[in-house]
Design a protein around this ligand. Structure first.
Ligand code: HEM
Length: 445
C-alpha cells in the first residue's frame, strides 16, 4: 500500500503570515504561480487569503478535481469570498445535488432551439456596435466589447428591449461589479461597496417587476432566457424559486460579459497583427457563405475561425488563470493527502502552457488545433478555458456564437487597426492590465 504524505509536506511555502501570496497573485492575475511552478513542479502549496491551498498543474489534476472527485471539493467554498457578497448563491456557488438540479433546469436555456433564437438579436447588436465604431473613428477596445457583451446579455437574458431601460441596467450593472473588488465591505451610501449593494437592490427590484408583469399577463414563456427560466420545470414538476431565478439571472449577466469581451479583445489584437490569418478567415467565409447572409448553419462550418478562438482561449485564459475549490473530503493526488479545510487551485493557465501538451506553448499558433495536429486532444482536460466537468461553462455555445457573429461581420465588411501594436504576438501574461490601453480604428473594406 502506498503511504500518503500530508499536504503540509508539499514543496512550496505559505509566504507571509495571513496574506501569504495573496498580493502577489492579485497583482499578477494569477500568473505569479508560474514562478512557483518553475521552482517546485506541478504540485505545491501556497497560502491564499489566510487559507492553505494545494496548487495542482496538468490535465490529470484538472480531471481529478473538476470531474472524478467532484464530491470531495466545493465550488461554494472556492468562490464564496470573492463572489457571494455580490452574486449571492447562483449555480456556480452551488455543490452536489443542489447544483445538479439547478443545472438541469438551466441547461435547456443554452442549447438547441433556445440558442438558435438568440442569433438575430446578437447580429443586430453586432451591426449596431460596428456602425458606431465606424462613426466614432477610434474606440477603446475592451470597454466597447464589455458594452457589446453586456447589451447582448441584457436583451437576450433579461428580454429587455427598450433603449432607456437597457442603458439604466448597464449603469446599475457597472456600479454593481465595481463593488466586487472593494476591500472595505461597508454597506453605506458613500462607499463603492454601498453603491454596489444599492445597484444590486435596484436590479433585483427591476427583475421582480418584470417577473410580476409577465405573470400578470400569463406571459411567462418567451424566447429570452428569463422567460424560458420561468417556464422551466424538472421531471418532478419542480421549478426554481423566484429569488433564485433573480440571482441566477444577475450572475449570468456577469458570466456573459467580461469573459466574452476579453476573448474578443485579444482576438482582434492577434488577428489585426496577422494578415495571413485574416486572409485565411476571409477565404473561409467566402467558401462557406458565398453571397448569402450569415446564419447559424454557417457558424458551425467556420473551422479556421474555431482554431483561432481556441488559441485565444488557451493563450489568454479569458476567465482567468485559476479555478478555485474548497476541499470537503480528503483528496489524494500525487502521493499527497489534501485534507478538508484546505483549498485546491486548478491552474488552467499553467496547463495551457505545458510543453508536453502544446508545442512551443509561448507562441500564439492557432494551427495547433487543426486536424493534422489537434494538440488539445492529447487529454480531455488539456484545454479548459471554459472549465470542465460538472461546472463547465453553461454559456460556451452562447459565447462562441456571439464571437463568431462578430468576427464574421467584421471580416466581411471592415478592416481595422489596433494600437499599441507591440501587444500582439508577445507572451501575454497580464492581459487585463494591457487591455485597458488598447484602441481600435475601423474602416470599410
Ligand atoms: C469566452 C467566454 C467565456 C469563458 C472563457 C467562460 C469560462 C467559464 C469557466 C472557466 C467556468 C467554470 C468555472 C468553475 O469551474 O468554477 C464558467 C462557468 C460558467 N459560465 Fe462561463 N465563460 C464564458 C462565457 C459565458 C457566457 C456567455 C455565459 C452565459 C450566457 C456564461 C455563464 C456561465 C455560468 C452560469 C457558469 C457556472 C456553471 C456551473 O457552475 O455549472 N459563461 N465559465
Amino acid at each position: 500500500m502506498i503511504q500518503l504524505k500530508p499536504a503540509d509536506k508539499m514543496p512550496g511555502s505559505f509566504g507571509l503570515p495571513i496574506l501569504g501570496e495573496t498580493l502577489e497573485l492579485i497583482s499578477t492575475q494569477g500568473w505569479g504561480l508560474a514562478k512557483n511552478y518553475q521552482r517546485y513542479g506541478p504540485v505545491f502549496k501556497i497560502n491564499l487569503l489566510g487559507k492553505k491551498h494545494a496548487v495542482l498543474v496538468g490535465p490529470e489534476a484538472n480531471r481529478l478535481v473538476l470531474q472524478e472527485k467532484v464530491d470531495c471539493v466545493s465550488s461554494y467554498l472556492g468562490w464564496k469570498s470573492t463572489m457571494e457578497h455580490i452574486f449571492a448563491r447562483p449555480m456556480m456557488l452551488q455543490d452536489g445535488e443542489e447544483h445538479r438540479r439547478t443545472r438541469r433546469l438551466m441547461a435547456p436555456l443554452f442549447h438547441g432551439k433556445a440558442i438558435a433564437n438568440y442569433f438575430n438579436s446578437m447580429q443586430s447588436e453586432v451591426n449596431r456596435c460596428l456602425s458606431q465604431w465606424l462613426e466614432r473613428g477610434t474606440v477603446p477596445l475592451k470597454n466597447e466589447f464589455n458594452q457589446l457583451a453586456l447589451r447582448i446579455g441584457i436583451r437576450l437574458l433579461l428580454g429587455v428591449q427598450v433603449e432607456r431601460e437597457i442603458e439604466q441596467i448597464e449603469q446599475w450593472y457597472s456600479t454593481l461589479v465595481r463593488g466586487a473588488v472593494a476591500l472595505l465591505r461597508w454597506d453605506v451610501p458613500f462607499t463603492n461597496y454601498g453603491r454596489s449593494q444599492k445597484a444590486r437592490r435596484q436590479l433585483k427590484q427591476f427583475l421582480q417587476n418584470i417577473i410580476a408583469e409577465r405573470k400578470s399577463h400569463s406571459r411567462q414563456t418567451s424566447d429570452d432566457v428569463l422567460g424560458l427560466f420561468l417556464a422551466s420545470v424538472d421531471e418532478q414538476g419542480n421549478a426554481l424559486a423566484e429569488s433564485q431565478i433573480i440571482d441566477e439571472t444577475i450572475h449570468l449577466l456577469n458570466g456573459a460579459h467580461f469573459t466574452t469581451a476579453t476573448s474578443l479583445t485579444w482576438t482582434l489584437v492577434e488577428l489585426g497583427a496577422r494578415p495571413e490569418w485574416r486572409e485565411r478567415l476571409r477565404q473561409e467565409l467566402k467558401r462557406v457563405l458565398g453571397d448569402e447572409t450569415l446564419n447559424l448553419g454557417h457558424l458551425k462550418q467556420l473551422n479556421q475561425m474555431t482554431y483561432f478562438l481556441k488559441e485565444v482561449e488557451r493563450f489568454y485564459n479569458p476567465a482567468g488563470v485559476v479555478l478555485l475549490r474548497g476541499v470537503v473530503k480528503e483528496l489524494e493526488y500525487a502521493g499527497y493527502c489534501i485534507p478538508p479545510g484546505w483549498g485546491v487551485i486548478v491552474a488552467q493557465g499553467l496547463t495551457h502552457r505545458l510543453p508536453e501538451i502544446y508545442t512551443a506553448p509561448e507562441t500564439f499558433d492557432p494551427d495547433r488545433f487543426s486536424p493534422l495536429r489537434e494538440e488539445d486532444k492529447k487529454h480531455s482536460f488539456a484545454l479548459i478555458g471554459f472549465g470542465g466537468g460538472e461546472h463547465t461553462c453553461i454559456g460556451m455555445e452562447f459565447a462562441n456564437m456571439e464571437m463568431k457573429i462578430f468576427l464574421a461581420t467584421l471580416l466581411r465588411h471592415y478592416d481595422w487597426d489596433v494600437t499599441p501594436k507591440s501587444e500582439a504576438g508577445v507572451s501575454q501574461k497580464f492581459p487585463f492590465q494591457a487591455e485597458r490601453e488598447l484602441q481600435a480604428h475601423l474602416q470599410i473594406r
